[in-house]
Write a protein that binds this ligand. Structure first.
Ligand code: NAP
Length: 300
């Protein structure tokens, strides 16, 4: 293996430390404690794990955590009423509605009911538009984490060729916007892209957000490129025993690491950065709500 491993777990710990430091300063200098409200509808096991983890890390950095667990059959009207209440609550600076929502609830309607200034997931249509037009916005956590790691590893990104594989609203598209904002030359590849390996082989930066286990292999990568693997896929691992599974990314780690200059592992790469960036976004929202300077190094 030749590639340097970009350690997202360690980076996320650093980001959380920076957030905690600034939260402590907000409390001592201004008597303000940032608050994050997380709304979970239903009992999806993966969502329950995420929400627990978010709550725990929120408290660990000194913020207030407000968890709202609603039954799977909660009506849209009741959910919207809760969001209205959180929008109006001055102790709540960030609101996150855990996705996916049960099928009877209109996700777009619910997300767009959140006050854009408290939309710490960055999914509200206003924030999407602000990001696309290069204005100050709340930025989706996963792409923000990828950007932070790229900036940290490469320094300036200006003029680099970046290929984002995947065009989802939560990862691919905002990632492309952020890279464009940092003056990369950006290509977005997707399931209809022709000769996709030719496209990625020209890239100084490859961000893979596809949801297909180990799809990107070493022969897709230009020697020395930086590879950010957003994918989280659970696959069978019979070598670990019957019925066992393991997590892999969208990149085939071993073959990519032979060619790349640097790569994020799965697990331990992008994943831990996502919650760290959620905390950073909550801090940013709190600073903006109180007309205070934005936290340095923690925004896009
Ligand atoms: P998504 O909404 O399913 O989007 C997948 C994208 O990949 C689509 O744009 C699709 O293209 C493209 N695609 C699918 N097959 C392809 C192929 N064969 N060649 C090229 N492109 C292909 O997924 P997502 O929500 O963006 O998530 C992507 C991955 O990131 C998943 O593994 C997810 O679990 C992971 N993820 C991780 C985090 C984290 O915190 N680390 C956060 C979010 C997501 P079309 O548009 O043409 O269909």
């Amino acid at each position: 293996m030749t590639a340097q491993i970009i350690d997202g777990k360690a980076f996320a710990a650093t980001v959380r430390g920076q957030v905690a430091e600034q939260v402590a300063r907000l409390k001592s200098d201004h008597g303000i404690t940032p608050g994050l409200a997380v709304v979970l509808v239903g009992e999806d096991p993966a969502s329950q794990v995420y929400v627990r983890s978010k709550g725990k890390q929120t408290v660990e950095v000194g913020m207030n955590s407000y968890e709202h667990k609603l039954d799977a059959d909660t009506s849209e009207a009741d959910l919207l009423a809760l969001i209205d209440q959180l929008n109006a609550d001055p102790a709540v600076h960030g609101i996150l509605v855990q996705l996916p929502l049960p099928g009877h609830l209109d996700e777009a309607l619910v997300i767009n009911a959140i006050d854009p200034a408290k939309d710490v997931d960055g999914f509200h249509i206003s924030n999407v538009g602000l990001l696309a037009t290069g204005q100050k916005s709340m930025v989706p956590c996963t792409p923000l984490g990828c950007l932070m790691m790229l900036r940290d590893h490469l320094g300036g990104l200006s003029g680099l060729n970046a290929v984002v594989v995947g065009r989802s609203n939560i990862v691919g598209k905002p990632m492309a916007q952020l890279l464009l904002r940092d003056s990369c030359t950006v290509t977005v590849a997707h399931s209809r892209t022709k000769d996709i390996q030719e496209v990625t082989r020209r890239a100084d930066i490859v961000v893979a957000a596809v949801g297909r286990p180990e799809m990107v292999t070493g022969d897709w990568i230009k020697p020395g490129a930086t590879v950010i693997d957003v994918g989280i896929n659970r696959i069978d691992a019979p070598e670990k025993g019957e019925g066992k599974t393991r997590l892999v990314g969208d990149c085939h780690f071993d073959s990519c690491a032979e060619v790349a200059g640097a790569i994020t592992p799965v697990p331990g790469g992008v994943g831990p950065m996502t919650i760290a960036c959620l905390l950073a976004n909550t801090l940013t929202a709190c600073c903006r709500a109180n007309a205070l300077a934005e936290p340095e190094g923690l925004t896009a």
